[in-house]
Write a protein that binds this ligand. Structure first.
Ligand code: GLU
Length: 311
């Protein structure tokens, strides 16, 4: 893939997306997120050589929300190794991101680390032995290191907004606590969870941060290893099967890449061996995934032949 070709495909797709009238609905259950301009659109692809193809609002920070769960999973696996899987499963849920029904059947063990309950359990693992402030500092340092950008920050207004209105997540956490799945005080675990969801990053920063997943656990530009190759492969597998909640099958069918969405409208997608991709369009579909983001990624993988399942 020549650089010029990649640049052309990325800007063509951004132009096409700009003209589409169907943009989905911006999330409003976190009041602060509803203030975002629904017409925003950004797309960044960083290839194995480190070439950065950009289009649209690629430098505008947005709330990464559940995309942060990829990075907290990475940290929790670093801390607990395979013992993490005693606290959380790795099967697709087939239900909404904030569903509580499965938790009762499965005695408080969430289906996977990417639904809200699972991510709260993962946050609890990272928190053990530390104060919430220390852990948030660790998560932020990790994101800044991966993005190679010290300006990555938490949007306190978004965190406070979710803390005020996060009744479902508070219910999920209390319910898990009743089964003994959370070790720390519920308020502490949720405080860290709400804040890591409120990290704001641009498409460029996010695509940079995902590079290790595209290249066997290592940043190919710096040579620095983030996780062993086997762990990168497994994180990608969970992203493929569970990264889009109840829309994970549809995303695999249409896009064919491991990916993780957030209700802020971002998606991080990984083309193994080829590229790390970040797209942002705040309007969501019925499963809570970026509507145009998914359409843009489908166009991208089709034109570049990047689906992991072949052309
Ligand atoms: N912070 C959001 C919540 O817990 C994350 C959901 C998402 O991004 O899908 O509701």
């Amino acid at each position: 893939m020549s650089r010029a070709n990649l640049d052309r495909v990325v800007s063509e797709i951004a132009d096409e997306m700009r003209q589409r009238p169907d943009r989905g609905e911006v999330a409003s259950y976190i009041p602060e997120l509803a203030r975002v301009d629904s017409k925003s659109f950004g797309l960044v692809v960083i290839d194995a050589e480190g070439h950065v193809a950009v289009a649209g609002d690629s430098e505008t920070p947005f709330s990464i929300q559940s995309i942060s769960k990829v990075f907290t999973l990475t940290l929790a696996l670093g801390k607990a190794g395979d013992r993490l899987w005693r606290r959380v499963g790795r099967e697709p849920s087939g239900s909404a991101f904030n569903s509580i029904v499965q938790l009762e059947h499965e005695r408080g063990i969430p289906r996977n680390p990417f639904i809200n309950a699972g991510a709260i359990a993962v946050t609890d693992v990272i928190l053990s032995g530390h104060q919430p402030r220390e852990v948030l500092g660790e998560i932020l340092r990790f994101m800044r290191f991966l993005a190679d950008d010290s300006s990555v920050a938490i949007d306190e207004a978004v965190a406070a907004s979710e803390q005020r209105t996060g009744f479902r997540n508070i219910a999920l956490a209390n319910y898990m606590k009743s089964f003994g799945v959370l070790d720390n005080p519920v308020d502490f675990t949720l405080g860290v969870y709400f804040h890591h969801c409120a990290i704001a990053m641009s498409c460029r920063q996010l695509a940079m941060a995902g590079r290790f997943l595209a290249h066997l656990g290592r940043n190919p530009s710096t040579g620095l290893s983030v996780v062993p190759p086997e762990r990168a492969r497994r994180i990608n597998a969970v992203m493929l099967t569970c990264g889009h909640y109840d829309g994970s099958g549809e995303f695999a069918y249409r896009v064919g890449l491991p990916g993780k969405s957030g209700v802020g409208g971002g998606i991080l997608a990984i083309a193994p061996g080829k590229a790390s991709i970040a797209v942002w369009s705040p309007g969501l579909d019925a499963s809570g995934n970026s509507h145009l983001g998914r359409i843009a990624l489908e166009a991208l993988t089709k034109r570049l032949g990047w689906s992991i399942f072949g052309a």
